[in-house]
Write a protein that binds this ligand. Sequence first.
Ligand code: KIV
Ligand code: ZN
Length: 508
Amino acid sequence: MRRIKIFDTTLRDGEQSPGCSMDLNEKATMARQLDRLGVDIIEAGFAIASPMDFKSVQTIAASLSEDTHCVVASLARATRGDIDAAWEAVKEAKNPRIHVFIATSDVHMQYKLRMTREQVLQNITDMVSYAKEKCADIEFSAEDASRSEPAFLAQCYSNAVAAGATTINVPDTVGYSTPQEMGDLITYLRENVKDIGNVDISVHCHNDLGMGVANSLACVRAGATQVECTINGIGERAGNSSLEEIVMALRTRRDFYDADTGIDTRQIYRASKLLSNIIGVPISPTKPIVGANAFAHEAGIHQHGVIANTQTYEIMNPMDIGIPRSTLVLGKHSGKHALRERLESMGYELSDTELEEVFVRFKNLADKKKNITSADIEALVLHHSRAESAPSMCSLVSHVINTGKDMPKIAYIKMKKGDQELSEVVTGPGPLDASFKAINRMLDVEAHLADFSLNAVTAGEDSIGEAVVKISDGQGRTFTGTGISTDILEASIQAYINGINKMFEAEE
Ligand code: KIV
Ligand code: ZN
């Protein structure tokens, strides 16, 4: 069986997409989960892009656990400045990689780079050699490879391999190719790139025509040894190939692909939820593998089949993905042991202290909510672990909201900023509008609500509400804040304050 490497680019290509930005703490939290998941390579960012990007790559490179097997990569254009920055950012990693790229299609070379084919070939030799002087592990990508002239493309990769590249990556940058074409391209390159047998062949497929995953899998069939992908398929425009779909397709259809990955699939669901929670982008219910409906059976005939034998309508076991199957609910009489067991079945292994803290929150919730499901527990743990590393200059002390039909809504908010206690009363057309205005006024900030959503974690009147707010600071920056509570106004106010804290931190 062939072992396919998983190159995760959630923190680089994924984070580049609108509405998916993460701050330093969030990237570090996500990187730890990717490490737990067992990805082979984490592309931590594009070091030259901004001081913040540089710092994130550097932090992730230096902070993964000592026994990690992960390679940490930074992207770099084929220029000395980019390569220097990439190396400075990744050099503390246990396994560093520099990922050098340049476009090779005629349209990119002519209109974007304004370079001839000869200049691009020379640049590949020079810059891959330059990167190789610094780092042993070099990936070379030919941007827009799938729309490049094949013979020229083969020459580009031959130059990269001769200059020391250890992986060559074949991107379908604009998501234009079909599975047949991508598979044929890999076959062609295997026959025409000099010494290609000594390096990994990677693919990087965007999803503009909804064929990203199919294209990546066709490449694996044709001999690719590495796949680039992102959690939940986030990425530029229509996104990248989704990690969970690639990994589970290879695993479920081992008989067909004769290939597998090193991913601990029981960590998939947790990774997917964590990312969705961080960026405030919900997972579509019909999303394969991790969507809420992926293992739900509504039709009576299906339900009957699944009860008789799950294999009638289920091709995967949800527990292999870390989705808790247990329908047993916990409540205020459940003990720590039951909570730990449930958490472990969901892929969370907490230390005794962490369990103690989650248990306190669990008991508080149990006072307000009779039946506590796995989804509630998951929301508690996710928010707890995120709250620990989140900036917390401001916090909510108490609130009173007066609302009703045909009358102004009044919000009285009391909060803390550092050691200072502040309070404000504001009226507005809606209870949230009044609350957010009160917060802005107390803190003397010009924050604007750019987006807001509220989801019930489970069904039922006593469900936990999960609020996500996106606030903009008027200077083109957006911050995502989240909050949970059985009181939806409190969840929303907490989310707003969480976003404001991130704004303050960014300003600092
Ligand atoms: O889509 C693309 O071509 C890329 C490269 C930089 C690998 O993201
Ligand atoms: Zn890309």
